[in-house]
Design a protein around this ligand. Structure first.
Ligand code: KG4
Ligand code: ZN
Length: 333
C-alpha cells in the first residue's frame, strides 16, 4: 500500500509518499525558517498563511517525485496534533478534501508518534520492544514501543522541550533562529566544563524532563557577566549548556532502559541531529549492551514521510478517521 502523508503542525509544509510504512518514494519539505528568523521564533499566523501557499505545490511535487498520480495512492495520512492550531488546520482541510475527492481513506496521525516511525524508514530498524526518545523543538518524550501502534508513554517534559531550550539559549547568545545547529557548531570549539550548569534530573530515575530552569541558568550567567561575552566565551557557554542537555537526555535514556529491560533505543526528532548527543549515544552503545538507532537526519526533523509511515499502520488496522476530524492541538499519546 502506498500512503501520502501530510505534515503542517508547525513551520514546515511537507508531504511524503511511502510504500508499506517502510520505503520512501518521495519526501518534499518547504521550510519556513527564513520567514520566522527575524522574529526569533515561529509566528503562528505567518506559519499558517505560508502553509496555505505551499500545501498544493508541495503535495504535487511529492506525487511527481514518486511518479504517481493522486488516484494511485491508497490513503491520505495527516498530522492532527499536537501542534499550532492554525497550521494543523491547513493540512487537515487539504487532506480531507483530497481523501474525499479521491474516495480514499483518511488517517489521523499523532505528530509525536510519527517522529518515532521515522526509524522504520531506515534500512535496519530495531525489533520490538524498544525505548524511543522524541526530542525536538516542540517535544521531549520517552516511550516504550511494544508494536507499531503500541507506544506507551514513559515521561514528557514538564515545561520547555529540549530543542526549545536550544533555540532560546541561542537567542540569548545572539545566534539567530533556529539556534540548535548554531550551538552544536560553536560547542565543538568550546569547553563543556567552563560553566557548571546544574543538570535538571528532577529526581533519581525520573523519566520526566524540565529544561526551562536550565535556560534561566544561562540567562543568569549572562547577566552575571555584566558585559558582552567574547567569542571564546560564547563557545564555552554553548558547549557547557549543550553538555548539560546531553547529560540529562542520555541519563534518562539509561534509566528508561534499566526500567524496561529493552535492548534497543531510538532517538528521533530535530535534536537527534545534534553531534554531541550522537557521540554520547555511540559511547553508551559501546559501554552498555544496547543498540542505538537514529533516523536519517532528513527524517529527524518534521516531514511528511514519517506521517505516511505511521498512517500505513492505522490503515492496516482499519483505524480510518471520520471526515469531521479537526485539529487536536494538545494531542495526548
Ligand atoms: O523535529 P523538529 O524539526 O521540529 C519539531 O517538531 O519541533 O525539531 C526542530 C528543533 C529545533 O528546536 C532545532 O533547534 C533543533 O531541533 N535542532 C537541533 C539541531 N538540529 C536541529 N538542536 C541541537 N543540535 C542540532 N544539531
Ligand atoms: Zn516534530
Amino acid at each position: 500500500m502506498v500512503l501520502l502523508g501530510i505534515e503542517t503542525s508547525c513551520d514546515d509544509t511537507s508531504a511524503g509518499v511511502v510504500r508499506d510504512g517502510r520505503e520512501v518514494l518521495s519526501c518534499v519539505v518547504a521550510s519556513q525558517d527564513e520567514l520566522h528568523a527575524e522574529y526569533g521564533g515561529v509566528v503562528p499566523e505567518l506559519a499558517s498563511r505560508r502553509h496555505t501557499e505551499c500545501i498544493v505545490p508541495v503535495v504535487e511535487k511529492a506525487l511527481k517525485d514518486a511518479s504517481l498520480r493522486a488516484e494511485d495512492i491508497d490513503g491520505v495520512g495527516v498530522t492532527v496534533g499536537p501542534g499550532l492550531p492554525g497550521s494543523l488546520l491547513v493540512g487537515i482541510a487539504f487532506a480531507k478534501a483530497l481523501a474525499y475527492a479521491l474516495e480514499k481513506p483518511l488517517l489521523a496521525v499523532n505528530h509525536i508518534l510519527a517522529h518515532v516511525h521515522a526509524i522504520f524508514l531506515t534500512k535496519k530498524p530495531p525489533g520490538f520492544p524498544f525505548v524511543a526518545l522524541v526530542v525536538s523543538g516542540g517535544h521531549t518524550s520517552l516511550f516504550l514501543v511494544k508494536d507499531y501502534l503500541e507506544l506507551i508513554p514513559l515521561g514528557h517534559t514538564r515545561d520547555d522541550a529540549a530543542g526549545e531550550a536550544f533555540d532560546k539559549v541561542a537567542k540569548l547568545l545572539g545566534l539567530g533562529y533556529p539556534g540548535g545547529v548554531a550551538i552544536d557548531r560553536l560547542a565543538r570549539e568550546g569547553n563543556p566544563r567552563a560553566v557548571e550548569f546544574k543538570r535538571p534530573y528532577i529526581s533519581k530515575n525520573s523519566l520526566e524532563f524540565s529544561f526551562s530552569g536550565l535556560k534561566t541558568a544561562v540567562l543568569n550567567h549572562l547577566k552575571g557577566c555584566r558585559r558582552n561575552l567574547t567569542e571564546a566565551e560564547v563557545r564555552d557557554v554553548s558547549a557547557s549548556f549543550q553538555e548539560a542537555v546531553v547529560d540529562v537526555l542520555t541519563q534518562k535514556i539509561l534509566w528508561a532502559v534499566d526500567q524496561t529491560g529493552v535492548k534497543g533505543v531510538v532517538v528521533c526528532g530535530g535534536v537527534a541531529c545534534n553531534s554531541r548527543l550522537r557521540q554520547r549515544l555511540q559511547e553508551i552503545e559501546e559501554q552498555r549492551r544496547i543498540r542505538v538507532y537514529l533516523p536519517l537526519p532528513r527524517y529527524c526533523s518534521d516531514n511528511g514521510a514519517m506521517v505516511a509511515a505511521y498512517a500505513y499502520h492505522l490503515l492496516r488496522h482499519n483505524r480510518i478517521a471520520p471526515m469531521d476530524i479537526t485539529a487536536v492541538p494538545s494531542f495526548e499519546e
